[in-house]
Design a protein around this ligand. Structure first.
Ligand SMILES: *Cc1c(COP(=O)(O)O)cnc(C)c1O
Length: 361
């Protein structure tokens, strides 16, 4: 008999980011300007069929919108219940006994759990080392290399040339052109809308590269659970098989599709204001001697003195401001990740931050 649950699940716990209700929540990088108006209209127009009938098997409406917006073949697109679901499906499709996931650390906190959930062990390479030599990520012959671009929680964008070096090292190390020799390289572009650049065209034309995207951040649709990814046809097909049918609800697929088709409208306005406020907040922080890493995302990682990030986040929470504390950050050690929103929210954050820092001295 095989005991339940599987033995390696002992090391897994439920996700607990330490969020609770708070007056101003700057902790999860969702869109603080609200949600896409066209998407909201579509939800309000829900019909009996939306709920009573099964949705499309593979979210064709969403898939086609992605293909059109990014100029790729629909067969190069896969979708899921959030990009978490796409990542999980991709890991599952990459699994083999003893397989590993390599990533540059610190990065998105779900990478380790998704590796473990899919029976793989994860190898962390510190970001400064990985940036110096991309091939370090390939050192242990991983099945998956995960790169977050821009990176969560620092906001930094690994240079395009660095990604090219990683792929070159992979392609020449494995049997060039031969799919079975190549690990899957995942580029997580959850914040790609803010960075204003994407590797989607590269993924569509290169073997075993998958770029993942989400409707949860810039589009303001986190509650819908909608994500998508682009790879070449065999890569997208493998992830579609792993994902399975009926993963995206019909209203979710249609809302996200409408939002994606309207990239020049509401989305562009939000992104522009977000980028402006991000740099304005950076200037305010720098005036206080706090220099965040350069961010291309919708958040800043505000440095906190060694040993104080968790305490500062708790103190801010007492003042009604939710931020997320991180430790083990190269160059700054610890930091508070602050989601960028409309300026009055940033002012409230700065006021609370000043009070917290005064109370500390
Ligand atoms: C928020 C986030 C995701 C998850 O997005 P969902 O589509 O809501 O599952 C994926 N990757 C990174 C880096 C994120 O920050």
């Amino acid at each position: 008999m095989t005991p339940f649950p599987r033995a390696d699940y002992d090391g897994l716990s439920l996700y607990e980011p330490g969020r609770g209700p708070v007056a101003i929540d700057l902790s999860d990088n969702t869109n603080l300007w609200g949600t896409h108006p066209t998407a909201l209209e579509r939800i309000r127009a829900a019909t009996t069929d939306d709920l009573a009938r099964y949705p499309e098997l593979y979210a064709d409406v969403l898939r086609d919108a992605v293909a059109e917006r990014f100029g790729v073949d629909p067969e190069c697109v896969t979708t899921g219940a959030g990009s978490d679901d796409v990542l999980d499906s991709a890991f599952r499709a990459a699994y083999a006994p003893g397989a590993r996931v390599a990533y540059a650390a610190p990065t998105f906190s779900m990478v380790e759990p998704f590796a473990a959930m899919n029976g793989m062990s994860a190898t962390a390479v510190p970001w400064p080392d990985a940036l110096g030599d991309a091939a370090l990520l390939l050192a242990e012959s991983p099945a998956v290399v995960y790169v977050c671009r821009p990176n969560n929680p620092t906001g930094e964008l690994a240079p395009r040339e660095w990604v090219d070096q990683l792929l070159d090292a992979r392609d020449t190390g494995g049997a060039r052109g031969e799919r079975p020799g190549l690990p899957l390289v995942i580029i997580d572009e959850a914040y790609g809308d803010f960075a204003g650049e994407t590797l989607i065209p590269l993924a569509a034309s290169h073997p075993n590269v998958l770029v993942t995207r989400t409707a949860s951040k810039a589009y303001g649709l986190a509650g819908l659970r909608c994500g998508f990814a682009v790879g070449d046809r065999p890569t997208a097909l493998a992830v579609e098989k792993s994902r399975g049918p009926y993963k995206v609800a019909r209203p979710a697929s249609e809302c996200a599709a409408a939002a994606i088709r309207d990239a020049g409208g509401w989305l562009a306005t939000c992104v522009a204001e977000c980028v402006e406020n991000r740099e304005r907040l950076r200037a305010e922080l720098e005036a206080r001697g706090l220099v965040p890493p350069p961010s291309r995302a919708n958040f800043l990682l505000c440095p906190a003195p060694s040993g104080s990030a968790a305490r500062d986040a708790a103190a801010l929470r007492e003042l009604g401001i939710g931020v997320r504390a991180f430790t083990g950050i190269p160059n700054i050690e610890e930091g508070l990740r602050v989601t960028i929103g409309p300026w009055p929210l940033m002012e409230s954050f700065l006021e609370a931050l000043d009070r917290t820092r005064e109370a500390r001295t």
